[in-house]
Design a protein around this ligand. Sequence first.
Ligand SMILES: [Zn+2]
Length: 496
Amino acid sequence: MKMRTKKCTRFQLFLLIVSILTLAVGCSQKRTKPPQLGLAPAVHDEMQQRLAQPYDELFDAAPDLKLSPSDLEAMRKHVRESQDYCTTNAKAAAKKFETQTDDRLAELKRLGNKIEEGKRHDLHCQIQDLRSAKAQADVLTQQLIPVAFDNSRAKIELLEKWPSDFRSIQAEIKSETYLTRRWSNVNEIGFRDMEKDQKDDIKRGQDAVRELQQQSAMPPELDNKAIQDYVNTVALRIAGNSDLLIPLKVVVLDSKEVNAFALPGGFLFVQRGLLEAADDESELAGVLAHEMSHIAARHGYKLMKKAMISSIFYQAAQVAAIVLTGGVGGVGTYYALQYGFYGLGFALNLNLLGVNRDYEIEADQLGIQYAWKTGYDPGGFIRFFDKMASKEGNVVGASWFRTHPVFYDRMVRAKREISFLPKKEQAILQTTAFEEMKKLLKQQVVKSNSEQDKKRPTLLTGGEQGCAATKKLYKDTDSIEAICAQFAEPLPSAGR
Ligand SMILES: [Zn+2]
């Protein structure tokens, strides 16, 4: 008997993953009515307010709140049902846009050669607009809604668990058992046995960067030497106080996305939006130190090694392939990328970035140590994280939270590490160099925005020319509550 081993192509594997994901999403409940309050209105309102508060404030408030287990459970149920309701509505919207697209495609087919040019153009523009609307609804279902509700869940867990976790941290300090935690030897930073073969990742990182550039997916570099120099200076200062044993290459990209990421081998990319969102140098330092930790601890390498599809660096390449081969599945994502609803943070392979729960916790710990050793207030990273979870709109934060997933353990472990580090007098929060950079950035953003359309990364060119600008279903600064409410009402008629 002849045994035949079937080797899957990357494309088949990709389709398999897509179908698994679709199944997973499809399994969530279908809730068509708004959820009822499971709590007395006053208790519910107070809890809602708490969930809108920054993590830092909740750490302080939690011990005095005395919430009952049944209150917490009712709130958890409410969050779950709200998420299901919002997802159901967003999916219905996506379906409607899809049906409308199909109707117009059928009309084009029906009219065939008899169609008048103006009518054809009009239908093409409508289809383009509807596909874009569908892509936006898909982004909402798959990215924005889960992220927003993950934050609520993490905050409920904080209210529930922090009082006892706080006591155990105090006990660890008192008994000095904290001195035996992993990476406790902070006086040996740069000389401890972390990952000696960091240099082996350099080629891997270079390949990934090249692939991104070849796909035209990498936003352009920010055309401002002073800002590039400033970010480099801060990053290199931290690198000198880290476990990094290879040179660091730091580039600021001209993209409004609020994110930064490190590729294996010492490549650190900071997006312009992150500089806009940061309010002081310790926040920027916290993010840079976190990303550097992924490089030093070789998280990308370790995950790529374990990953089933080790050679896929970049999802957008798959998307482009699907579009080129005429598959319909990728069209929505293609439009999302094309019109900037997705940023790089959505397209990058999380394995390549070294993102999983354990590695995020480790990178938080190491990053906090590096920022601290450089002389910064080590709370910068948490403060920045918190800002993304609280003040910024959900759309703005979605890319950040895809590559920096939020969960209770992460917040508490970061808080814990800070409380174990020896306090430094005069830890740096703000510098005049940072403030100078912000002034330059303001002018630069005006300039960049006016040139944005020319610079937007595109996977493919083409499409119908001369249509009105594509409509946005939601603004970058909208909260998830506002977006969900909008989708619960009669849907806006896109494509008209
Ligand atoms: Zn990370």
